[in-house]
Write a protein that binds this ligand. Structure first.
Ligand code: CP3
Length: 333
């Protein structure tokens, strides 16, 4: 079993695996070159050869323990019938229709995502056994935020669009598709799945149980039944991380940068911890960055910890700083 997976299973505390959220993306000049030649982001996500190449770019450049497959959480709503486009101000899905969503069938769904599964298999074949391949999905709520366009330009919930019963109905449908996408990624060669709930901070308090806890729990239980290691990232839920870990019980929890790591150490039990470092800090002086890295390593030194960030790498991050972070983590092993 590779050390990354051992650490995920809470069995390895003497080695700190390292990877970065959004490592396959815009901070790399070699990605920007491919991106320039492929102006349609969605088409790029369905190009097996290029997805494999982009996934492996950070692995060639850095000494990392895992490759995350180049794809996007919004391909699920896209193949379910809401056309996805990336505009200057971010992703945009065509309007939602319940009857259109209900027209989908599971077989058709998986066949549309086939290029991703092929890329996962290619990546797994090309990588040494000591490196993990990470597949991923968006959690139901975060997908719904985009599907129903529930967020305004200031990243606040648009309350008048919040139709509770419709949201709960969509959630149930999505769980089934998300789980089949997870299983197919795992069977194609992914070693672990990360569930991104990037907008869980927007869930109204009264629906937190249904839309965060229960939704993620269904997915984690599915993973456990299928022996698929799973990392959850319920970004922005503050002290509710404790309730989340105690009830959802994923193999690993990714903390965001608002979570005090000392608090996490004390309160998040029986789980391996991943991440935390604020990606904005990587834009600061090297000395400051190294101090931050030391802080996280020190706090989690006697329990399984996977080094990562508290959200995705920013496009303006200098690739050189990542080498320095990795070096620092490696000398501490
Ligand atoms: O390196 C990796 O992490 C692998 C690939 C990956 C992408 N998207 C590629 C991508 C992953 C894991 C994602 C997940 C994703 N996508 C999330 C969850 C994680 C998070 O950041 O909160 C979300 C919310 C999305 C939706 C999405 N896709 C947004 C909001 C955007 C635009 C702004 C942004 O953050 O980049 C994307 C586009 C996107 N997805 C890019 C990449 C490399 C940039 C596209 C470009 O080149 O223009």
């Amino acid at each position: 079993m590779n050390k990354f997976i051992k650490c995920l299973n809470n069995q390895e505390k003497d080695y700190i695996p390292i990877w970065f959220m959004r490592q396959a993306g815009r901070h790399l000049p070699e990605f920007r070159k491919i991106r320039k030649e492929n102006p349609n982001f969605v088409n790029l996500c369905f190009n097996t050869k290029l997805c494999t190449e982009i996934t492996l770019q950070p692995i060639s450049r850095y000494d990392l323990d895992a490759a995350i497959i180049f794809s996007d959480i919004l391909l699920i709503p896209h193949v379910l019938g809401q056309n996805l486009e990336f505009k200057k101000n971010g992703p945009n899905l065509s309007s939602f229709s319940m009857s259109k969503l209900n027209l989908n069938d599971p077989k058709n769904f998986l066949s549309k995502l086939e290029p991703i599964y092929k890329s996962i298999t290619e990546v797994r074949e090309k990588l040494n056994d000591n490196k993990a391949v990470i597949g991923f999905v968006g959690a139901p709520w975060t997908l719904i935020v985009y599907m129903l366009n529930l967020k305004d330009n200031n990243n606040l919930l648009v309350k008048k669009k919040y139709n509770r019963s419709q949201i709960l109905e969509i959630k149930e449908i999505l769980i089934r598709y998300i789980c089949s996408h997870i299983k197919e990624q795992f069977q194609s060669g992914a070693d672990v799945i990360q569930v991104f709930d990037s907008w869980s901070s927007l869930i109204p308090e009264s629906d937190f149980e249904d839309l965060s806890i229960k939704a993620n729990l269904s997915i984690v239980e599915f993973c456990k039944e299928n022996k698929i290691p799973v990392i959850c990232f319920p970004r922005g839920i503050k002290e509710k991380y404790k309730n989340f870990v105690d009830t959802v019980k994923p193999n690993c929890i990714n903390i965001d940068y608002e979570v005090d790591p000392e608090w996490a150490y004390e309160n998040l039990k029986d789980v391996s911890i991943q991440g935390g470092l604020n990606p904005n800090k990587l834009l600061l002086d090297t000395k400051v960055v190294i101090k931050e890295v030391e802080k996280y390593i020190k706090i989690f030194s006697n329990r399984p910890y996977i080094f990562n960030l508290g959200h995705g790498l920013l496009p303006k991050t200098n690739p050189e700083i990542l080498n320095k972070v990795i070096e620092k983590v490696r000398v501490n092993i």
